[in-house]
Every structure is written in structure tokens, then in C-alpha cells.
Design a protein around this ligand. Structure first.
Ligand code: NDP
Length: 296
């Protein structure tokens, strides 16, 4: 058996096209252009790549992109002052502070300072609470992208057994909440879980968000299960030449593809959906701010 590949790249392109259509309609009908502000503190190379591609895709969707690059020695007070300024700016509908922040900055304090209505990453405790109580929230982009792919592939998720490996605030926990919201029976596994292989084998839907290269082998997967691989890990790839590397997920793709019913590849699965959902959240935030109907 060979699993169906869930093409996140193609799906993300469709989501971005829908966002661009929504943005154009907002401009035409109301003269409003959604704006996304991204704050980057320091020189972390991976964060720089993300921020660059977020800015590019924001502009391609017809929105305004405001990038704020701060030195990694920027005092916490200055960062908080910038967040306050963006909160008060009516041209800014979404604010994203790129994580991780330098050690001298209290991440929780900065996230708490963002206006929850502009919190397009969905990390503010108010949005976390709204999601947890099944109310209208800003939903974190990576798990939202995963949910969209699952709904698209499986249709109704109700009654399915879902296992989420990983309990981080940005992926694992909100993923579990979303699956629960869609009436899955959800298990959250983590580094202290006993008999992880057995737990995973129960899953109709298996989401791996661990950050350990190829940790989940094919024999942990229930035949026919849908596997969402959130992990992005760089490993040596001597076959490509000396010192070369390649990206792999948390799932051992080669063995998993023989057992699963469907699987997201890495790269080209969850990754592209994350930025597409960020743009979708920014459009939603803009509509809410202006009392307009939200996109579907
Ligand atoms: P974190 O490091 O914050 O969380 C990892 C989780 O995995 C923790 O809950 C940890 O458990 C659990 N874990 C670690 N080792 C094991 C193990 N041996 N067995 C079971 N569980 C384990 O990572 P993130 O959630 O931020 O990210 C997870 C992965 O997803 C990373 O590879 C990251 O790069 C990727 N990612 C991809 C995104 C995308 O756009 N595609 C976006 C965000 C993340 P415990 O809590 O007990 O320590």
C-alpha cells in the first residue's frame, strides 16, 4: 500500500488565492487594505527566512506588510512600546512577534501585550481560552493549517481517534483542541508517555509535532491512518555532497508511506499552510475590526 500524498503546497496556494480574492473585494467595496505587522528581534537565520517569506506572501495577497527588525539587544520595554504602538495603529490588523525572542525578553509578557483582536498567531491567553471553550478565537496558524488539510482529505472528522504527539502551546495543545472541536476522540502524547508506539497505533489521525527527525516509524502507524507531519528537522545528507543537509519530518516517511492511508510530506506539507493561514487570519482580523462579515 502506498499512501496518498496530501499536497500542502497546492492547498496553501488555493488558500492564498482565496485570501487575495477577499482582500481585493474589501478594497473594492470598502477601501480597506488589511495590514500585517511582523516584529523580528535579533538575527536568528531561520526566523529571518520565515519573516522574509511572510512579508513577500503578504504583499502578494494584496495586503500591506510592515516589518520591524530590532537589534537582539533591544530592551524588553522598547519591544513592549512597539507592540503598544502597533495595537493603536488602525492600519495594522494583525501583529506577529516572531519567536523565539532573545533570553532577556519575557516572551509571555510580550505575547500578553498584543491586542487579542490583532493576535493573528493566536498565542494570547484570551485566544487560547476562547479556543479551549469552543468560542470564536484567533487560531494558531500551524494547527489551523493541519485541521484544514484533515477536513479537506477526510471530510467529517467526528468520532475519529486522533493522537497528537507533542504538547507545545504553539502546535500540540491547540491541535488537540481543534480536533476535539471537530468531535475527535483525542489523546495528547509527550515525552513522558508510556508505550508511545501502542498509543500511536490506535490513531485514525496521527499528528506528529515533536521536533525529532524521523522518530515515528511506519510500524507505529495504523494501516490506512491519516498522518500529519508537523516536524521540520535538518539532517546531514551526504548523498547530496559533503556538508549538505536536507529537511525531514518527525515521521519516517519511507516506512510510513507504506502503511498510512494519507500523509503530508516534508517539505511541502504543513509548512506552506502555516503562512497561508497567517494571511487568512489577518484578513479575518481586518473584517472583524471593521464589523464586516468574515470570509468562510
Ligand atoms: P516543542 O519543542 O515546543 O515541543 C515538542 C513536544 O514534543 C513536547 O511536548 C515534547 O514533550 C514532545 N517530545 C519530545 N521528545 C519526545 C519523545 N521522545 N516522545 C514523545 N514526545 C516527545 O516543539 P514545537 O511544538 O514548537 O514544534 C514541533 C515540531 O514542529 C518542530 O520540528 C518544529 O520545527 C515544527 N514546527 C513546524 C511548523 C510548520 O510551520 N510546519 C511550525 C511550528 C513548529 P514534553 O512536553 O514532555 O517535553
Amino acid at each position: 500500500m502506498t499512501a496518498t500524498l496530501i499536497d500542502g503546497k497546492a492547498f496553501a496556494a488555493r488558500v492564498r488565492a482565496d485570501v487575495a480574492t477577499g482582500v481585493a473585494a474589501l478594497k473594492d467595496a470598502h477601501g480597506i487594505t488589511p495590514g500585517l505587522a511582523v516584529v523580528l528581534v535579533g538575527e536568528d537565520p531561520a526566523s529571518q527566512v520565515y519573516v522574509r517569506s511572510k512579508g513577500k506572501q503578504t504583499v502578494e495577497a494584496g495586503m500591506n506588510s510592515y516589518e520591524h527588525k530590532l537589534d537582539d539587544t533591544t530592551p524588553e520595554a522598547d519591544l513592549l512600546a512597539l507592540v503598544e504602538k502597533l495595537n493603536a495603529d488602525p492600519a495594522v490588523h494583525g501583529i506577529l512577534v516572531q519567536l523565539p525572542l532573545p533570553k532577556h525578553v519575557d516572551e509571555a509578557k510580550v505575547l500578553a501585550a498584543i491586542d487579542p483582536a490583532k493576535d493573528v498567531d493566536g498565542f494570547h491567553v484570551l485566544n487560547v481560552g476562547l479556543l479551549g471553550t469552543g468560542q470564536k478565537a484567533m487560531v494558531p496558524c500551524t494547527p489551523l493549517g493541519c485541521l484544514m488539510m484533515l477536513r479537506d482529505h477526510l471530510g467529517d472528522l467526528s468520532g475519529k481517534t486522533a493522537v497528537v504527539v507533542g504538547r507545545s502551546n504553539i502546535v500540540g495543545k491547540p491541535m488537540a483542541q481543534l480536533l476535539l472541536g471537530d468531535s475527535c476522540t483525542v489523546t495528547i502524547a509527550h515525552s513522558r508517555t508510556k508505550d508511545l508506539a501502542e498509543v500511536c497505533r490506535r490513531a485514525d489521525i496521527l499528528v506528529a509535532a515533536v521536533g525529532r527527525a524521523q522518530m515515528v516509524p511506519g510500524d507505529w502507524i495504523k494501516p490506512g491512518a491519516t498522518v500529519i507531519d508537523v516536524g521540520i528537522n535538518r539532517i546531514p545528507a551526504p548523498e547530496k555532497g559533503e556538508g549538505k543537509t536536507r529537511l525531514v519530518g518527525d515521521v519516517d516517511f519511507d516506512s510510513a508511506v507504506e502503511v498510512a492511508g494519507a500523509i503530508t510530506p516534508v517539505p511541502g506539507g504543513v509548512g506552506p499552510m502555516t503562512i497561508a493561514c497567517l494571511l487568512a487570519n489577518t484578513l479575518t482580523a481586518c473584517c472583524r475590526a471593521n464589523g464586516l462579515p468574515e470570509p468562510e
